[in-house]
Design a protein around this ligand. Structure first.
Ligand code: DON
Length: 598
């Protein structure tokens, strides 16, 4: 009999419904934005139904890892543009009792037939269509293996219990949200090119699902059931593997049965650093996120940022100059550590940060063309300069982050992705899920920008079995006693690292509540192109002052990232904020009791 959930309390303990019975006031009386509050556990994700699934798992006795795995599978159903089975990601797990923090790497791997120049045309130029939207743009998916590994190693509940809510959502359907409907409408031209994607999201008549219409995904429910019944073999072998390889054969893809069988999840040591007395643990390579966030925090620690005022020109100038230098290093030194000796220790060394800080003129902006990757005096490859003209953030960006926290103090910070919105746009026919286009995160040609305007070098060239460099930055911060105080992360391609860092700084350095920290306008710089990206809300005077200092400030952007953050305050109380920048997202406090019936 299928597992069913019976809710003994109100189903949605959602935004602004808070339990105020606690004696110690935790809310600032002068705050302009308030978080969701919980005394027990919390799940914060970009899609409210999936957050509720995770919170119910907590209420049923699951821990933060069970909730994270359940939320991950649910998002694969309810947020198909970013939640996924056909992509990959990274999870930072903190287990309270063992006082252990682990980084789980379930990034996609290049298929064994992948080649360094597979995306170059006859003239030797990058064929962006092939690198981003063909079936060859798909790496071997890691999500299912990653979620299962996390569950098996650190979860409490049976696998079936945490997958069942996703199966139910796919089998019975759920009401299409406004943002899902809008995205299907906007991307119809691209997504309808693939017959299976068209069938799954547009139906026979080609009409996209309107808000409120019930989206049933029967093939996806079957795939999820196979995973529930057979574990890893329900995806990487048997019928699902057959369907994936049949799709490869039909469309000229590279992923073989052996590639699926050989997919490996890697548990890595997180990259940890300190900012004053806060410890920050985050994702190591093959993500660049952790290394460069720690590097930037090291540079910024040398100044009294608080006294400058949040988002003042003096503060933004220091942010930009730190970002510029970190992203210059990213272009040369970062790649998959199993293939390239990434100098993590040197890049995150406080002495190196002090050298970089000393090179920053406090009154004048530097030019990116003059900043080279900094560990040695060897010039950056000249090709990298060429990229400055071309780099631009042209693609819609969709990855998704979620955070979970349980009553025992276990914490999960997870970011996973298909890369672009709906990945390659190609679905595995019969299996009901979309394939990633993560191969574009490799450097197809040194110096040529990828979909996020990021340039890279041989450290990130394509090789069979290699993982493309990422910017995903799932993060957990700890106080001086080693207790977790914050879990956060963001989508946003190249902007993920700088957005995540600004949440941390807003909370730690500027003492903002987590809701205010989320709402505050953000900026971004990535070395190339040499421009300051900024959200509305940064004052015109400040932007003018930055221009006077020599910054190129002409890239107003509608939004930067979408953070999903949980903060622990006063030891036990949890404050959660789901970014206002995404419609339909939600922080959900653990309901009082949920029974699981077999
Ligand atoms: O791994 C990376 O850095 C990119 N593939 C992430 C893409 C992304 O964040 C898109 N969305 N917002």
């Amino acid at each position: 009999m299928p597992i069913r959930f019976i809710f003994t309390t109100a189903m949605l303990t959602c935004m602004f419904l808070v339990n105020l019975s606690h004696a110690t006031p935790v809310l600032e009386s002068n705050a302009r934005f308030y978080p969701v509050i919980s005394e027990t556990g919390m799940v914060v994700s970009q899609e409210m139904i999936a957050s509720q699934v995770g919170a119910d798992i907590l209420a049923a006795g699951g821990n933060a890892v069970d909730a994270a795995v359940a939320t991950g599978f649910a998002l694969a159903v309810t947020l198909p543009r970013a939640g996924n089975l056909g992509g990959g990601g990274f999870m930072i797990v903190h287990m309270a009792e063992q006082n252990k923090t682990i980084a789980i790497d379930y990034r996609e791997m290049a298929p064994s037939d992948a080649q360094k120049d597979m995306f170059l045309d006859k003239e030797g130029d990058v064929d962006n269509q092939k690198a981003r939207f063909s079936i060859q743009s798909s790496g071997v998916p890691g999500t299912v293996a990653g979620l299962l590994k996390a569950q098996e190693s650190y979860g409490l509940l049976p696998l079936k219990a945490v997958i069942q809510p996703a199966i139910n959502l796919a089998r019975d359907g759920f009401a299409t949200s406004v943002s899902l409907s809008d995205s299907l409408e906007t991307l119809a031209k691209r997504l309808q090119k693939d017959p299976a994607t068209k069938k799954y999201f547009y139906g026979d008549d080609g009409a996209f699902y309107k808000a409120g219409e019930i989206l049933v995904q029967a093939d996806l429910a079957d795939t999820l059931s196979r995973i529930s019944n057979k574990g890893r073999d329900g995806f990487y072998a048997g019928k699902t593997a057959e369907l994936i390889t049949a799709q490869m054969e039909r469309s000229g893809g590279l992923i073989s049965k052996a590639d699926l069988r050989n997919y490996k999840v890697v548990e890595r040591e997180p990259v940890c650093g300190t900012f004053r007395d806060t410890k920050v643990c985050t994702m190591p390579p093959p993500s660049s996120g952790g290394v460069h966030m720690v590097q930037m925090l090291n540079i910024l620690e040398g100044w009294d940022l608080q006294s400058m005022g949040h988002n003042s020109a003096a503060y933004i100038h220091r942010l930009v100059e730190s970002m510029r230098r970190a992203y210059a290093d990213r272009s040369l030194y970062l790649g998959d550590p199993d293939f390239f000796p990434v100098p993590v220790g040197q890049l995150t060394d406080k002495k190196y940060a002090a050298v970089l800080r000393s090179q920053i003129d406090l009154e004048r902006s530097s030019r990116s063309a003059d900043i080279k990757p900094g560990l040695s005096d060897k010039s950056a490859p000249r090709l990298i300069q060429k990229a400055a003209q071309k780099a631009a953030q042209t693609e819609s960006t969709e990855t998704t982050h979620y955070s979970t926290w349980d009553q025992w103090g276990n914490v999960v910070s997870n970011t996973y992705t298909l890369n672009f919105s709906y990945g390659s746009g190609i679905s595995v026919a019969g299996a009901g899920f979309l394939l990633n286009n993560e191969m574009d995160d490799f450097s197809s040609k040194p110096g040529e920008p990828n979909g996020y305007g990021l340039v890279g070098g041989i450290a990130n060239s394509i090789e069979p079995g290699k993982r493309p460099l990422s910017s995903m930055t799932p993060t957990i911060a700890f106080n001086s006693e080693g207790k977790p105080i914050l879990a956060t992360g963001s989508p946003g391609g190249s902007t993920i690292i700088t957005v995540t860092m600004q949440i941390l700084l807003n909370v730690i350095e500027f003492n903002m509540g987590v809701a205010e920290a989320t709402a505050a306008p953000r900026i971004h710089h990535q070395w190339l192109p040499d421009t300051v990206f900024y959200e509305s809300g940064v004052s015109v005077d400040t932007l003018d002052r930055l221009r006077e200092m020599g910054h190129i400030v002409n890239s107003k952007t509608s939004r930067l990232g979408a953070t999903e953050t949980i903060q622990s305050k006063n030891g036990s109380r949890l404050l959660g904020t789901s970014d206002y920048r995404r419609h339909g997202s939600g922080a959900v406090s653990q309901p009082e009791a949920v029974e699981i019936l077999d």
